[in-house]
Every structure is written in structure tokens, then in C-alpha cells.
Design a protein around this ligand. Structure first.
Ligand code: BGC
Length: 751
């Protein structure tokens, strides 16, 4: 216990039991409970890509879009694609400054759940299908927020990967999958960024509400990862206040008026009073920490808007650019037809609790108009309505404009109501009227670039042939309009890369047959094979792979070098060169691959990345650190991580399917020797470095045929025998006695 938690605990001791109980529940929808002059009410606000501080009457409303203006930065779906933790850190710090100016102590974010299915209505709030990048970006946001002393709240812990039935559903996930896919991002953030708070999820994990899940909140989060902050509930996630406190929840939000249950449970011996004091002490500790936050009256609205623009620019992903349609030259003699209502009325953030009232909103039509020179003519046609009302006259007018233009830039996307917190999508299709419009535009105009706006991944395969270029802007935040113009006109080169695979069809998605479950359960039947982990293991064709993104230049990868720096430690270096004619940034990705004839683990997994900006002709060296954990898998039988001895491949590439450099390394493993039992198979005994020789000696003593003899005389018998537990040999008439087995087992244990 450090000095400040000790002082919090001791001041908790000065509170009455009733005051302690009161502290473990909110004082209002967005504040903790104040207690005399000991603790002020702390203010908690969404989060994560900007502050949603409800104002006036809206403060007590369950759902309200009426909040104080704040900068709407790009949501995590977008920011994640920047693959730039420094940028995420700066945004976190900017959000914290606005939090401070708006009187907020804790920002409810970032959300770092894994995108298990593109259908999840809330994917726009999450970073990736991959835990490594989710953890690194999540940690950067937390560190940025907390760099000013404002608290962050990592959410939603854990396995909250869908909106359907989110308050009741049980996510049924085997432990290896939890440890390797759904928990590592949280583990990384907790260990590296030390968030002040964690928010538990609504759903159940393997039948137990996250809010009442002792294994999750106490065993894993605190005991294993050393979390020293406060666990609060998601809003309304507590069903049994006493069970939740006992499991390790510290703060129920918002209040349910159930403090009396705490007193009764303590009196009845069902709840340890020390646990109540501990939870109250954590609220005091949060008070202590946030009391030290820097206080600001205001922020530079223009500078934050510019930061939002920089982030949107760094995050848009150029999926396709045939014949270098993009960038367009703003000084050329040309007519550009700007088509699609989204160019004028941008879709820049998602629906639900993260909704920010922006300080201003840019649109691309205005930004292009302001940026092009006098030789360029811009025309605009809305083409379709955002609410889907049929509008043939709009389509006709837009197609006529495309016919008269040199190039058409078509802004397509998912209308607002298609995706939201609170419900999932049922398909990944683009609206049919928009696809039809694109088809017509492409018929009359040979050069077509599409700009997409969407929070969840959409299928492109049906219409890709009609677009020479596709720029995926995701939901780009309040300055997205100008950022997109910057990229279209080549003022900056795109540098976003996909953090989720774009599948050809929904039916290809690994979780498809297991999403969103029914009858109160969603079984994570695809296990660890989420996203590229399945597509790449099984060579499933995809529209665009994880990590993909083009830019306006090209890069060469050379000189892969690895150096062993200790036990299961290596550094990996490579040289990246800009071989094109424009400054641009490359995202260099490191995967660790295991080449197994019959996969027992994903074929390869992202273990590092770095973003490097290079002028034409310039080179830079990139460097990664690999550790044993990067090679490890979770053994449920051991209850821990294991590293198998053997070869593995380090892959350096520009996407999970564009590996440019590879080298094979060797690990001696972690030295773990599995215990051998009487129930271990003949094969397990033979392959064991200690048990194998001992068993061979025992067989020789008993004058039984050696495995080598058997291999020569009866290989089929040997093959079948390998899978038989040793203990069964006695009953099957082989020359191994129970006493032999006991002796062998004891001998293995003693080595
Ligand atoms: C959401 C949280 C959010 C909270 C407060 C819940 O419905 O799941 O992410 O922070 O509301 O608005």
C-alpha cells in the first residue's frame, strides 16, 4: 500500500459504516456521493472521444444529446487506424483539458473491447479485432488523459462484444480465449498505464454478471495484474449490490438507493465490513488522485479542432487507388463532381452515450470549395437522402453532373440510424440506393473515387468494381470534413491502416454462426480465431486484410536483423525506404508466426508496430522488442502462460497479408516440464525429456519391445499405443505394472 492509498484507507476508517456504504454508490447520475466535508462529489462524464457533460435538466436524463459543447475527436474506430500512440496520447491530454474546464474528474473511456463481429453496433467505440493494438492505443489514451491528473475509465470489463441483450447475456468463453483475445488489452492498459478506474461490463461472463464476478474483478484484475484503482459499474450494471461489493466492485453507478442492503448484509454476516471500508477507501483514493489534477478554465477551441483534423487525416484508410485517381490536383483545369449528401452533411460520430455536442463541424464540400484553385470547377449533387426516402430526382441530377465532370468523388456511408450503442446490425451491406447511384455514376464517368463514412465495417465487394479509388474515412470527428479534403487533394498522404479485416461476406466472419447467441447465452465458438487469426490461418479470401492501407508513395523493406538479448528476448530491426515521390508515413507491422501442419494456434499474431514518416528517398531503421510473452499461449491445465521450445518466424510487413521480410528464430521454451501421471499417454511419456528415457529403461528391464522395435515391426500398433494412458497398459496385458508406473511418476517428479 503506498502513502496515498494508506491515507485514503485511514480516512475511510473515520467514516461511519453508513457513510462508507454511501460512498460505494453514486450521489447522482454523474457524480459520486459527497460525505460531510471529507469527500466532495466527483464528476464522471462520457467519453471517450470528447466530453459529454450533460447540462442543466439533461444532467439527470437517462439519455440526452443536450450536453455542453466539446471537441468531437475521431472515435476509436478511426483513431485506432492511425496506429499512432503518440497521437492518441495527445488526444487523451486534450480531452482531459476539456474535462477539467468542464468540471469533470473522470472521463468514462477508452472502450477497448475486441471487435468480435462487424455487426456489433458499438464497434465505432472500439479500436480493433486485435488485442495488441487495442491495448497499445488504449494505454496511450489513458496516459494522455491522466497526464493532467484527470482520471480515465477503461471499459467495458470484460467480453462486452455485442449490444444484443447486453444487460443479461452470458458471454460463454473458454479461458484460453479470454486470456489470449479478450483480456490482454485490459491487462496491457492496467499494467502499463495504471488507469484510475475500470468500468465493469453489463453482461455476464460464463454465467456470472461482470459486476459480481469475483474471478474477473478480484482474482484477475487485482491479484494477477495489480490494479490499484477503483472499479465502477457500467450504468445500471449492478443487479445484486451485496454480491457485487463482495466480488470486488467499488462503486455502483448510478445510485439505486440500496445502501440499506449493505448494512443488513454486514449485520447478517453476509458481507465483510472490511470490504465495504476498502471500497469506500478506493473512492477516497480517487478523490486524492483527481484532487491533484491540473485545473483549467478553458481550452484553445481552434487548436483542438486542428488536432481533431490531424487525427482524422492520420486515420483515414486508402483502400484502393487504381491508376492513381487520387490525389486530385487542386490547381488543375478540371471539373470535379462532388456527389453524396455526406459531403455536405457529414456523419462523423456514433450514437449513444459517447455522443458529443461538437464545438463546430466541417464538411468536405465547403473544404474542397475553399481549397481548389480558380481553374477547378466543383459541382455538387446530393444523390440520395440520409433517411433512405427514395429520391430519383436527386440521383438523376447527380449522375448528370458526373457525366459532365472529369472525375466524380462520391461520398457514401451508413446513415446514422444504421448503427448505435444499444443494438447490433444484422448485415454489413451498404444501402442499396447508394450502390445503385454509384453504379450509375461509374457508367457515365470513368474516374470515380468513393469516400466512405461508417462506424462498423461495410462490405465493399458488391460495388468495388465501380470505384477506381476508395478512401475509408470511418467516423472522422468534427474536423473530418477538412481532413478528407486534405487527403483528396494530396495536401497530406493517407497513413491509416485497417485495424479490422474487411470480409467479402458476412458469412465469412469467424463468429458468424455464434453471434449474437440466443436464450441468454452467446457462445464464443470461434475461440481465439477472431478476425485475421482465422482468415489467415485458413487462407479465407478477404476484401481487405488487417493492417492494409495505401498511400501516395511506395516503401521498400530491407535488412531484417535480429539479436538475442537475453532469455526469450530479441530485438528486431529493419530498414524502411520511401521509394516514391511524396512524403508519407508507413505503418510497419511485426507478426510472430507458427508454421504448424495442423494448427493449434492462430497462424500468426500482431506483436508490434511502428509508424514512420519518410521524405522521398529517405530511409529509417525501425526496431522492435520481442519477449517470451509474445510467443506464449495460455495453458488452461497449468493455469498460466507457456512457451513451447522450437522454431517460430518473425514477419515484418505492411499488412497481415503483405509480409515483406521474414526470418526464423528458435526459442528454448520456458523450461516448464509437464508433470507425468499414470493417466499421461504412452506418447506423452515417450516424448518427455525426463519421463521418456526412464520409461525406455523400464521397458528394457521388463524385456518388453522398445518403441524403436515396435516402429520397425508393428508401426500401426505403436501409433495406436501412443494415445493410450500408461495406466491402461497394465489392464491390457503389457509388461508395465502399477508399481512400475508409480515408481516412474515419482522419479519424474523428483527431477
Ligand atoms: C455505457 C457506458 C457509458 C455509460 C454512461 C452506458 O450505457 O455502456 O459506456 O459510459 O452508459 O453513459
Amino acid at each position: 500500500m503506498n502513502a496515498s492509498s494508506a491515507s485514503s484507507a485511514s480516512s475511510a476508517a473515520t467514516l461511519s459504516p453508513a457513510e462508507q456504504a454511501a460512498l460505494t454508490s453514486g450521489g447522482s447520475r454523474w457524480t459520486t456521493t459527497p460525505v460531510r466535508d471529507v469527500v466532495r462529489a466527483l464528476t464522471l462524464s462520457d467519453g471517450p472521444h470528447g466530453i459529454r457533460r450533460p447540462a442543466g435538466d439533461a444532467a439527470e436524463a437517462v439519455v440526452s444529446r443536450d450536453s455542453l459543447p466539446a471537441t468531437c475527436f475521431p472515435p476509436s474506430v478511426t483513431l485506432g487506424c492511425s496506429w499512432d500512440p503518440q497521437l492518441a496520447h495527445r488526444i487523451g491530454a486534450a480531452v482531459a483539458r476539456e474535462a477539467s474546464a468542464l468540471g469533470v474528474d473522470v472521463v468514462l473511456g477508452p472502450g477497448i473491447n475486441i471487435k468480435r463481429s462487424p455487426l456489433c453496433g458499438r464497434n465505432f467505440e472500439y479500436f480493433s479485432e486485435d488485442p495488441h493494438i487495442s491495448g497499445v492505443m488504449g494505454a496511450a489514451v489513458v496516459e494522455g488523459i491522466q497526464s493532467l491528473g484527470v482520471g480515465a475509465c477503461v471499459k467495458h470489463f470484460a467480453a462486452n462484444n455485442q449490444e444484443t441483450d447486453r444487460m443479461r447475456v452470458s458471454a460463454d468463453v473458454d479461458e484460453q480465449t479470454l486470456r489470449e483475445i479478450y483480456l490482454p488489452a485490459f491487462e496491457h492498459v492496467v499494467r502499463h498505464a495504471r488507469p484510475y478506474t475500470v468500468m465493469c461490463a453489463y453482461n455476464k461472463v460464463n454465467g456470472i454478471h461482470a459486476s459480481e464476478n469475483h474471478w474477473l474483478l478480484t482474482q484477475v484484475l487485482r491479484k494477477e495484474w495489480g490494479f490499484d484503482g477503483l472499479v465502477m459499474s457500467d450504468w445500471g450494471a449492478v443487479t445484486d449490490r451485496v454480491a457485487a461489493l463482495a466480488a470486488g466492485l467499488d462503486l455502483e453507478m448510478p445510485p439505486t438507493g440500496t445502501d440499506g442492503q449493505i448494512a443488513a448484509a454486514v449485520e447478517g454476516g453476509r458481507l465483510d465490513p472490511a470490504r465495504v471500508a476498502e471500497a469506500a477507501g478506493r473512492v477516497l483514493r480517487l478523490r486524492d488522485r483527481t484532487d491533484r489534477a491540473q485545473r483549467f478554465e478553458d481550452w484553445d477551441v481552434d487548436a483542438h479542432h486542428e488536432l481533431a483534423r490531424e487525427a482524422a487525416r492520420a486515420s483515414a484508410v486508402l483502400l484502393k487507388n487504381e491508376g492513381d485517381i487520387l490525389p486530385l490536383d487542386p490547381t488543375a483545369q478540371q471539373t470535379i463532381a462532388v456527389i453524396g449528401e455526406f459531403a455536405r452533411t457529414p456523419r462523423y460520430q456514433g450514437n449513444g452515450s459517447s455522443h458529443v455536442v461538437p464545438t463546430r463541424v466541417d464538411n468536405t464540400l465547403d473544404a474542397l470549395t475553399a481549397a481548389v484553385g480558380p481553374a477547378t470547377t466543383l459541382t455538387f449533387g446530393a444523390g440520395f437522402t440520409l433517411d433512405g426516402t427514395p429520391a430519383p430526382e436527386l440521383a438523376e441530377q447527380a449522375v448528370a453532373q458526373a457525366a459532365a465532370a472529369d472525375v466524380a468523388v462520391v461520398f457514401l456511408g451508413l446513415p446514422d440510424a444504421h448503427e448505435s450503442e444499444g443494438y447490433d446490425r444484422t448485415d454489413i451491406d451498404m444501402p442499396a440506393d447508394q450502390i445503385e447511384l454509384l453504379r450509375e455514376v461509374a457508367r457515365v464517368c470513368p474516374r470515380v473515387a468513393v469516400v466512405l463514412a461508417n462506424g462498423g465495417a461495410v462490405s465493399v465487394s458488391e460495388w468495388l468494381a465501380h470505384a477506381g479509388a476508395v478512401l475509408e474515412s470511418w467516423l472522422p470527428g468534427q474536423a473530418g470534413g477538412t481532413a478528407i479534403a486534405d487527403l483528396i487533394l494530396g495536401i497530406e498522404s493517407p497513413s491509416g491502416r485497417l485495424t479490422e479485416t474487411i470480409p467479402h461476406r458476412l458469412a465469412d466472419v469467424p463468429s458468424h454462426l455464434h453471434f449474437p447467441g440466443r436464450d441468454g447465452h452467446v457462445v464464443y465458438g470461434e475461440g481465439r480465431y477472431v478476425g485475421y487469426r482465422r482468415y489467415d490461418t485458413l487462407d479465407v479470401p478477404v476484401a481487405y486484410p488487417f493492417g492494409h492501407g495505401l498511400t501516395y508513395t511506395t516503401f521498400a523493406y530491407d535488412d531484417l536483423e535480429t539479436t538475442a538479448t537475453g532469455d526469450n528476448r530479441w530485438t528486431v530491426e529493419a530498414t524502411i525506404t520511401n521509394t516514391g515521390s511524396r512524403f508519407a508515413r508507413e505503418v510497419v507491422q511485426l507478426y510472430v508466426a507458427f508454421d504448424e501442419p495442423h494448427p493449434t494456434r492462430p497462424r500468426h499474431e500482431l506483436r508490434g508496430f511502428t509508424k514512420v514518416g519518410l521524405a522521398p528517398g529517405a530511409s529509417a531503421s525501425v526496431r522492435f522488442e520481442l519477449t517470451g510473452r509474445d510467443l506464449a499461449w495460455w495453458s488452461t491445465s497449468l493455469g498460466g502462460w507457456r512457451i513451447d521450445p522450437g522454431p517460430f518466424t518473425v514477419e515484418i510487413g505492411a499488412s497481415s497479408r503483405d509480409i515483406r521480410l521474414r526470418t526464423v528464430l528458435h526459442t528454448a521454451g520456458d523450461g516448464t516440464l509437464t508433470d507425468l501421471e499414470a493417466t499421461s499417454t504412452f506418447g506423452e511419456w515417450l516424448d518427455h525429456p525426463v519421463g521418456g528415457p526412464l520409461l525406455r529403461e523400464a521397458l528394457a528391464r521388463a524385456k518388453a519391445p522398445s518403441p524403436e522395435d515396435l516402429a520397425a515391426t508393428d508401426p500401426t500398433l505403436l501409433r495406436a499405443a501412443r494415445d493410450v494412458p500408461l495406466a491402461k497398459f497394465t489392464g491390457l496385458g503389457f509388461d508395465v505394472t502399477t508399481q512400475d508406473i508409480d515408481r516412474l511418476t515419482a522419479a519424474v517428479r523428483s527431477r
